[in-house]
Ligand binder design. Structure first.
Ligand code: ZN
Length: 254
């Protein structure tokens, strides 16, 4: 549940940013100043990629109640996206995780449990991320290359764990806020478009498992309009790998 933790995210993330230069805020309402900070200081972490391209990413799945509708829409539009899967969700729906990969989408990891990384020690963080990566690889046959921490809060322990597992942390630069109570396709569209630029990484959720009921539905309703908007602006839509974020990490094959 995002809203209950927003205040906590704000405090811990700002403290971490000051102390270690690593923790980046989960930019909830009222925290918009962090967006430009993130984009300027950590463009790669913010998911800023090719200027003629937009990366489309989904968090919190796979969810049998909602993910298939996203897959259907993306198939109709002949587009691929990056899915940040939760290990705990993969364990419940391994076949759906496999379907996402088989459809050509990029598989990434969102951790096992949807918990703040900043509240966990380095050992626990590594165990969580390794377990999630193994579950994702086992179900999909694809080795995840990207990691997005729950709530977008990246602790130093999470950074170290990701490095050991050869996972690149990526947050986002534009989001739908469909987890906000009362979100609608219109509100999701408006929120994404407010920060939509060439090179953006869009965050949407294909599951309600950490959000109020209806969040994924609001995101799904906005998605065709967002794709049309990108098309009208001449921006291609695809995965993080296609976004140009995967090539600069030495020692790891693209
Ligand atoms: Zn999440």
């Amino acid at each position: 549940m995002h809203n209950g933790h927003r205040r906590l995210a704000r405090g811990t993330a700002l403290a971490g940013l000051a102390a270690a230069g690593l923790a980046i805020a989960h930019a909830g309402p009222g925290l918009t100043a962090i967006g430009p900070v993130r984009r300027l200081a950590f463009p790669r972490l913010a998911g800023l990629g090719r200027p003629d391209h937009v990366a489309l990413t989904f968090d919190d799945g796979p969810d049998p109640a909602s993910t298939p509708a996203f897959l259907d829409l993306l198939a109709v539009r002949r587009l691929h996206a990056t899915f940040f899967l939760l290990g705990s969700m993969v364990a419940r729906a391994p076949r759906l995780a496999a379907e996402i990969a088989a459809a050509g989408h990029e598989i990434a990891v969102h951790g096992w449990d949807h918990r703040y990384t900043i509240l966990r020690g380095p050992g626990a963080m590594f165990s969580d991320l390794a377990r999630a990566s193994d579950a994702v690889s086992g179900a999909t046959g694809a080795r995840p290359r990207f990691f997005r921490p729950p709530y977008g809060v990246l602790s130093s322990g999470a950074v170290m764990a990701a490095r050991r597992l050869e996972l690149t942390p990526v947050l986002w630069s534009s989001w739908g806020k469909e987890w906000a109570p009362g979100a609608t396709p219109d509100s999701v569209f408006a929120s994404v478009v407010a920060d939509l630029t060439g090179g953006a990484t869009i965050l949407l959720h294909d599951s309600d498992c950490t959000s109020p009921a209806g969040a994924a539905s609001a995101a799904l309703g906005a998605l065709p309009w967002l794709l049309d908007e990108c098309s009208a602006r001449g921006l291609a839509v695809g995965t993080l790998a296609e976004h140009g974020l995967g090539a600069s990490r030495p020692g790891v094959r693209a």
